[in-house]
Design a protein around this ligand. Structure first.
Ligand code: DSN
Length: 418
C-alpha cells in the first residue's frame, strides 16, 4: 500500500516509515492514543476519500451516493447496536467539533454550560476559557474534591442549583476514576438541564463493558473514535431520537461541510471489531494494566491523583518528588517511553510546564502487554525520575524498552500496510 508513495514521494515515504519505526520501538502511553487494525487503516486510505457527500443518507446535495449512503447507514447502525443508543451521527470530524455542535444544538449562544475544569481533568471544550465553548457560552466549571481528587457529586449538585445550566457536561480527558452517570442525570434533571456526556476517553471501555455506559443516562453522548475505541481519527454523536434532528442540523450545515466518508467507512470497521467478544477481554486488560501500573508507581512513592485508577489512565502529581512534568516526559521520550505532561488539580505551574504526568494503557495493551510488563515500565519511570540528567542511564533504559517492544510486536492484523 505504501509502494506508490515510495515511488512518487520519497520524502513523505521516508517520514512515514520513520514514524512506523518510532511507534514500533516505543512504549506508547499517551492515554488517548492506540494502534488501529490494518483493516481500519486500509479503510481510511480507500477510494472513499474521493467522494463528497454533503447531507445525510437519502438527502444529499451531490449525486453518486449509491455506496456512501450504505456506508454511513452501516456505521450508524453498528454504533447504535454496540452502544445501545437510539440515534447516531457519525459525521463529526473529531471530538471538539462534536462537542461544539452538540452545545449549539441544545442551547443558544450565551446560555450557561457546566463542565469539569481543565486542570481537574476536563477537556478544553467543556467550557475552558481559551476554547470558544468558554467564550460563546457562559461557562461555569466544577472541580474535583481537593481532599480525595475525585468528583464530588454533592458539590456539583450545589453549583448546578446555583447556576441553573442549560447543559451539564459529564466526562473528562484526565480523570482516572469511574464516573457515575446516574448522578449526573439526577443533577441535570433536578435543575432542568440537558445532560451531555463526552465519553471520548472511555468509549472503548464502555463498548467492552469495563465502564458504566452513559447512554441510558445522557441526552447526548459525544466521543472521538480513535482512543480506547481503537477506530480511525474522528468523532461521533449518540443521542436520544428526539435530539437527532437538531444534532444533525448543527453538524451539517451548522459547522461542517462534507463528511469524511473514508473515515466513516473505517469507523464502521472499527465498530464491527469492537462488537467482537475479544474486545471485552481487551477492555478488561486495559484496566487491569492501568491498575497494576498505578500500584507499582505508588510503591515507588509517586503521588497519584485520587490515589489510583479505575480506568485506562493514571495522573501522577510530581510535586511530592520535587519534579515537574516536562523534563521527566522528555527524558522518558528519549528512552522511548512516551507520555504527556499534564496539569494536576491545584497546579500553580503553567500549562507548558505543569506538575503532572498523564499515562495510559490502551496502546500497550493492544500490543499484548500485561501486568508483568507494567512492573517493568513503573521501574523504568522511577529510575528515569531519579536520573533525569544521566544520559547513560536513560540510554540503557531506551535499549531495554526497545528489547521489550521486540518481544511484543503488534498482532499480525494490526501491522500497518507496508
Ligand atoms: N487530545 C485528547 C487527549 O489527549 O486527551 C483530548 O481530545
Amino acid at each position: 500500500m505504501l509502494s506508490a508513495i515510495k515511488q512518487n514521494d520519497r520524502v513523505v515515504f521516508d517520514l512515514i516509515k520513520a514514524e512506523q519505526v518510532r511507534q514500533g520501538i516505543s512504549i506508547r502511553m499517551i492515554p488517548s492514543e492506540n494502534y488501529v487494525s490494518r483493516a481500519v487503516m486500509q479503510a481510511t486510505g480507500s477510494c472513499l476519500t474521493n467522494k463528497y457527500a454533503e447531507g445525510y443518507p437519502g438527502k444529499r446535495y451531490y449525486e453518486g451516493q449509491q455506496i456512501t449512503d450504505q456506508i454511513e447507514n452501516l456505521a450508524c447502525d453498528r454504533a447504535k447496536e454496540l452502544f445501545g443508543a437510539e440515534a447516531a451521527n457519525v459525521q463529526t470530524h473529531s471530538g471538539s467539533p462534536a462537542n461544539l455542535a452538540t452545545y449549539c444544538a441544545l442551547a443558544e449562544p450565551g446560555a450557561t454550560i457546566m463542565g469539569l475544569a481543565l486542570p481537574h481533568g476536563g477537556h478544553l471544550t467543556h467550557g475552558w476559557k481559551v476554547s470558544y465553548t468558554g467564550k460563546f457560552f457562559n461557562s461555569v466549571q466544577y472541580e474535583l474534591d481537593p481532599e480525595t481528587g475525585r468528583l464530588d457529586y454533592d458539590a456539583i449538585a450545589k453549583l448546578a442549583k446555583e447556576h441553573k445550566p442549560k447543559i451539564l457536561i459529564s466526562g473528562s480527558s484526565a480523570y482516572p476514576r469511574a464516573i457515575d452517570f446516574t448522578k449526573f442525570q439526577e443533577i441535570a434533571e433536578s435543575v432542568g438541564a440537558y445532560h451531555v456526556c463526552d465519553m471520548a476517553h472511555i468509549a472503548g471501555l464502555v463498548a467492552g463493558k469495563a465502564h458504566m455506559s452513559p447512554i441510558p443516562y445522557a441526552d447526548v453522548v459525544t466521543t472521538t473514535t480513535h482512543k480506547t475505541l481503537r477506530g480511525p481519527r474522528g468523532g461521533m454523536i449518540l443521542c436520544k431520537e428526539k435530539h437527532l434532528a437538531a444534532i444533525n442540523k448543527a453538524v451539517f450545515p451548522g459547522f461542517q461541510g462534507g463528511p469524511h466518508m473514508h473515515t466513516i467507512s473505517a469507523l464502521a470497521v472499527a465498530l464491527g471489531e469492537a462488537s467482537a467478544p475479544e474486545f471485552e477481554a481487551y477492555a478488561a486488560q486495559v484496566v487491569a494494566n492501568a491498575k497494576r501500573l498505578a500500584d507499582k508507581l505508588m510503591g515507588y512513592g509517586f503521588d497519584l491523583v485520587s490515589g489510583g485508577t479505575d480506568n485506562h489512565l493514571i495522573l501522577i502529581d510530581l510535586r511530592n518528588k520535587g519534579l515537574v512534568g516536562k523534563p521527566l516526559a522528555k527524558a522518558m521520550d528519549t528512552a522511548h517511553l512516551v507520555c504527556n505532561y499534564n496539569s494536576v488539580p491545584g497546579d500553580t505551574a503553567g500549562p507548558f510546564n505543569p506538575s503532572g504526568l498523564r499515562l495510559g494503557t490502551p496502546a500497550v495493551t493492544t500490543r499484548g502487554m500485561k501486568e508483568d510488563q507494567m512492573d517493568l515500565i513503573a521501574g523504568w519511570i522511577n529510575t528515569i525520575s531519579e536520573h533525569l540528567e544521566d544520559e547513560a542511564v536513560i540510554s540503557k533504559i531506551g535499549t531495554e524498552v526497545e528489547e521489550l517492544c521486540g518481544q511484543f510486536p503488534l498482532p499480525d492484523s494490526f501491522i500497518p500496510p507496508q
